[in-house]
Design a protein around this ligand. Structure first.
Ligand SMILES: NC(=O)c1ccc[n+]([C@@H]2O[C@H](COP(=O)([O-])OP(=O)(O)OC[C@H]3O[C@@H](n4cnc5c(N)ncnc54)[C@H](O)[C@@H]3O)[C@@H](O)[C@H]2O)c1
Ligand SMILES: [Fe+2]
Length: 391
């Protein structure tokens, strides 16, 4: 067994109604919060209750709502200005991955200066990537989707629409200090968003499991995450108010997020993210579109692990040989997509054949870590062929 490191410096609490502890949790961080809220929360009871819970502890809150899916560094830089101008002591973020990732970048840039884009890893100009080693503002995160697991990662994915690039800040200082994972905040997630964000959680669990960087610690997180995903995703999509299913998906998502930083991802994220950058396509949708294709292309290189995952999806295949089990996995995924009413393809998100060379550049410019984690080596031609298959 190879040596490995584990670093997960975030206090996480899980459970229905836990959001009401936010005042008590916040008081250790100061008297003024910069709150990045997902726009769907505007004028709603969640914000009203948070405002009241903070007030009880004598904490003021500056509210910021400029967050879009595939969040832009320009909006984040505006957030930095407002946070600084108000001399906020700490950051709270409540929302999907886009809101939390925006806040992660803001918390860093407020302390370390410059633009949020400066901190992203760009493989074509690594000398320009800022990598501070001391913490930004303290940060409490409250996910309202079950998918990214960003509450347990040191990543923040930042979109640069001018360059049509999506790159990630990958820096241990981006870990939040506190995470409140409350399934009650997730019951309002629309059906398709539940399905696609759920697919993001599955992608994290699956990719970390097969990644070259996997270790016994990350494998435990990945496998439990996949089990919870298989157990709860259909109910979470079909019975949105089912708290047990929402909680199951929330925990699946956090476990998978925690696995990312211990093991790294693999080819689906490297192929999916460029499509989101080019077409503003939903992150989970691009992943769902390419995972079955990637499994078929990879099979002999990760057969044993594919077989294990296939058996979690369908325990009745336990009597089959390993190769047969592995080949069942894309079938199980296609059946799941039918049950969730999703049928994503890159073509459906507007990608055209002539955009493949640009997508390949984006893939190798921003996602080499993910490419390097894949159990089968990937050339530029392989990536181009994969984009073509997923059209
Ligand atoms: N930092 C990481 O570790 C990490 C990991 C994976 C993905 N990501 C990034 O996260 C982003 C995607 O995040 P996401 O999948 O959570 O989607 P999102 O944050 O973009 O949200 C999707 C949509 O759902 C809405 N929404 C969120 N919660 C809701 C709720 N409870 N009720 C009703 N509507 C709700 C949002 O307003 C938005 O319109 C992408 O940019 C992706 O690249 C980050
Ligand atoms: Fe993801």
């Amino acid at each position: 067994m190879k040596p490995f490191d584990v670093f997960l410096p975030v206090h996480l609490v899980f459970g229905a109604g836990k959001i009401r502890e936010i005042g008590e949790i916040s008081k250790q961080y100061g008297k003024k919060a910069f709150a990045v809220f997902d726009p769907f929360l505007k004028d709603g009871s969640v914000v009203k209750n948070i405002r009241a819970d903070l007030k009880k502890e004598g904490i003021d809150m500056v509210e910021f709502y400029d967050v879009s899916p595939n969040p832009r560094y320009t909006a984040m830089d505006e957030g930095v200005k407002i946070c600084k101008a108000n001399a906020c002591d700490f950051v709270i973020s409540v929302g999907g991955g886009s809101a939390i990732d925006s806040a992660k970048a803001i918390a860093i840039a407020v302390i370390h200066g410059g633009s949020c884009w400066d901190y992203t890893v760009r493989y074509f100009e690594m000398d320009k990537v800022r990598k501070p080693t001391t913490k930004g503002l303290p940060h409490i995160v409250v996910p309202t989707t079950a998918g990214t697991g960003t509450e347990a990662t040191y990543a923040s994915v930042v979109n640069n629409p001018n360059l049509k690039l999506k790159c990630a800040i990958l820096n241990p200082i981006a870990y939040p200090d506190y995470g409140i994972v409350d399934p009650e905040l997730m019951i309002s997630v629309p059906r398709e968003v539940t399905a696609l964000t759920g697919m993001d959680a599955f992608a994290h669990a699956f990719e970390t499991y097969i990644s070259n960087g996997a270790n016994p610690w990350s494998e435990a997180l990945s496998l439990r995450s996949i089990e919870l995903f298989v157990e709860h995703i259909r109910t979470a999509v079909n019975e949105p108010k089912n708290l047990d299913a929402r909680m199951g998906m929330a925990v699946s998502s956090t476990l998978a997020g925690a696995a990312i930083c211990q093991a790294g991802l693999a080819m689906p994220h490297a192929i999916g993210q460029p499509v989101s950058a080019l077409k503003d396509a939903p992150h989970g949708g691009t992943l769902a579109a390419c995972i079955p294709q990637i499994i078929e292309w990879t099979i002999p290189f990760a057969q044993e692990k594919f077989a294990k995952v296939a058996e979690i999806f369908d325990p009745s295949i336990s009597c089959l040989g390993e190769a047969e089990k592995a080949r069942k996995l894309p079938e199980s995924l296609h059946q799941l997509y039918k049950d969730l009413d999703i049928a994503p393809t890159f073509g459906k998100y507007g990608m055209k054949e002539e955009e493949i060379p640009t997508a390949v550049d984006l893939c190798f410019g921003g996602f080499q870590w993910d490419l390097g984690g894949h159990p089968k080596p990937i050339s530029r031609e392989d990536a181009a062929e994969m984009f073509r298959r997923c059209l």
